[in-house]
Design a protein around this ligand. Structure first.
Ligand SMILES: [Zn+2]
Length: 174
């Protein structure tokens, strides 16, 4: 099912610390580029964020304070459900409300997702999945396949809830 990962050649827009794997996946599904850091010491993270001009999303208060001191854009998040984290990030950085669209990125590697035709997938997907599911996508970065299903619906609903909340904030009716 998988090709060897080639990584994503694009420019990341955010850096997410080690604890924010889930948030990183959801942001990518909303089309936002995120570099998820693993096993990197704080000093290197800070230098990376500074040199690339990428805001840092972190749950680490000490790291966040060091960002503030050095003038690196950052957002301190708590260990909340991903809905609340998404809402905070999208509001704080005034991102367009999240939705599944043609800009949705691979949650694993951040590569572009390309629609795949059922007819080309018979060797890679179980027949019952091919029969049952309507939409398929392939990641241009890591080659992973995705299809519409219950997970996809859950993410769509979550994005819808975030959009609703974001819109409620700016609507005069409150
Ligand atoms: Zn991928």
């Amino acid at each position: 099912m998988r090709k060897k990962a080639r990584g994503n050649a694009g420019v990341e827009a955010f850096i997410a610390d080690e604890m924010l794997a889930k948030l990183a996946r959801f942001m990518r599904m909303a089309g936002v580029r995120v570099l998820h850091i693993r096993g990197m010491d704080d000093e290197r993270i800070l230098r990376l964020a500074k040199s690339k001009g990428m805001p840092l999303l972190t749950c680490d208060e000490q790291l966040w304070k060091r960002c503030e001191k050095r003038g690196i854009k950052s957002l301190l998040l708590s260990d909340q459900p991903v809905f609340h984290q998404l809402l905070r990030v999208f509001r704080s950085f005034q991102l367009p409300p999240p939705r599944f669209s043609c800009s949705t990125l691979c949650p694993q590697c951040g590569g572009r997702l390309i629609k795949a035709h059922k007819s080309t997938l018979s060797a890679r997907v179980y027949p019952r999945v091919l029969k049952k599911r309507r939409l398929f996508w392939e990641c241009a970065g890591c080659g992973k396949l995705y299809w519409s299903g219950t997970h996809y619906e859950r993410v769509r609903r979550l994005f819808w809830r975030v959009r609703k909340k974001m819109e409620a904030k700016i609507s005069p009716q409150g």
